[in-house]
Design a protein around this ligand. Structure first.
Ligand SMILES: Nc1ncnc2c1ncn2[C@@H]1O[C@H](COP(=O)(O)OP(=O)(O)OP(=O)(O)O)[C@@H](O)[C@H]1O
Ligand SMILES: [Mg+2]
Length: 388
């Protein structure tokens, strides 16, 4: 059922208070929307710039209902929210993406089952519910492979790569190392030729639009850079876009869906995972595209026309992790004095190693030039002594 468009001036409820929510609010404020944030731990990066922040657990039904009563529509920036919380909220006010979409995307087994059922290309996988079954499953999948906990994984957390049979010699130790999970997925390790992602926005009436494919480079399992446009053949770009749209349509997503892809050694794309929200690999769209992923999320959930996703210029995004603060605040003048470079900081208090504190984007006439400048700037930033 399509609702009438929710026009600027309305109040959006946002589940999750992280940097994705913060950037969504920044985009929505420019359009005249108001925001209330629901987040267990405050003050949060998004809550700090919202009209209102409620700090309560996602299991607190009374707080969820009160929150839903004060807003016109609810969306999210974080997928590890119990699907039951969305059901509770959806009884009071429209909420996108739906509890069904969340239920699938927040759990690796359901996500893999979805890919298999939809006949979308993915790495061979199987699941295990105990250390004993883990042994058998690992033998079946073969080496190298990766064990992933079914729930609550991010930035490579809850994953163990097994390169050879000896790595699986003690399945009980592996199970303990993973925190004795209820379930794991064992996946064949793909010696891929690159990682890519596509963000697709979809409205309730089925109209959808993809953003340019980005190529993503990880360090220590955490995204380091995203480059757009990805240097792929036109056929592979088309194939990436088709996969993202197929995921969006089959899932019946309203809002955004990010589809992470591997380029298999044989030259075809495989779906790694999906996230029903804006994505770190889409931060380049803030300056790089005519419409940012955040504005597009709002347009999609509010039923407004989707904006142009055309690239203004080749753009590279570099993540700024807490490690960079080891000797104090980095010298931002290195970035600020550069033309075509934009600095984003998320106003997070403590810069712990691995914590996403901000990012910067570099725009240039070609992706190669932007990439070279971005790497140079990152090196300079990392090697310079702090300004305080
Ligand atoms: N089957 C695989 N073959 C090769 N590399 C893999 C495989 N699974 C995961 N990886 C590597 O580990 C990274 C993190 O894995 P994945 O995306 O599944 O987990 P995640 O913890 O949800 O990550 P994030 O939340 O940061 O996207 C991938 O981006 C990729 O670099
Ligand atoms: Mg991932």
């Amino acid at each position: 059922m399509s609702l009438p468009p929710l026009l600027p001036g309305a109040t959006i409820g946002l589940l999750g208070g992280g940097q994705l929510g913060r950037m969504l609010i920044l985009a929505g404020r420019a359009m005249g929307y108001r925001f209330h944030v629901f987040e267990p731990c405050g003050p949060s990066p998004a809550g700090m710039i919202a009209d209102n922040e409620i700090n309560a657990e996602y299991s607190n039904e009374a707080a969820l209902i009160k929150f839903a009563q004060q807003v016109d529509l609810i969306t999210l920036e974080f997928e590890n929210i119990p699907a039951t919380a969305i059901q509770t909220i959806a009884a009071v006010c429209p909420a996108f993406p739906s509890a069904e979409v969340l239920h699938i995307c927040q759990h690796r087994q359901r996500e893999k089952d979805f890919l298999r059922a939809a006949d979308l290309p993915h790495a061979p996988f199987d699941y295990a519910q105990s250390a004993i079954s883990l042994s058998k499953v690992v033998q079946r999948i073969g080496f190298p492979c990766v064990i992933k906990t079914a729930a609550f994984g991010y930035d490579g957390k809850g994953q163990i790569k097994l390169s050879q049979p000896e790595d699986a010699a003690d399945p009980v130790a592996l199970w303990n190392q993973l925190g004795e999970p209820a379930q794991v997925v064992v996946e064949k390790w793909i010696e891929h030729k690159g990682e890519f992602s596509v963000i697709c926005a979809r409205r309730a009436d089925g109209i959808c639009k993809t953003f340019p494919v980005s190529e993503n480079c990880h360090r220590n399992h955490i995204l380091h850079t995203s480059v757009a446009p990805a240097q792929l053949s036109p056929q592979l770009i088309k194939s990436a876009e088709t996969l993202a749209k197929a995921v969006a349509e089959t899932l019946d997503v309203v809002g955004l869906i990010t589809v992470e892809l591997f380029l298999a050694p044989e030259g075809h794309l495989l779906v790694n995972e999906m996230a029903p929200r804006p994505h770190n690999s889409g931060h380049y769209t803030i300056e790089g595209c005519h419409t940012s992923q955040f504005e597009q999320q709002l347009r999609a959930v509010c039923g407004l026309p989707l904006g142009s996703t055309d690239l203004r210029q080749p753009t590279v995004m570099v993540n700024l992790l807490g490690d960079l603060w080891e000797h104090g605040t980095p010298d931002w003048s290195i970035l600020l004095q550069e033309p075509g470079v934009h600095l984003h900081l998320y106003d997070k208090g403590s810069p712990r190693p691995g914590r996403k504190m901000g990012h910067f984007t570099v725009m240039d006439s070609t992706a190669a030039l932007a990439t070279a400048r971005a790497e140079n700037l990152f090196q300079t930033l990392s090697s310079c002594k702090a300004s305080d």
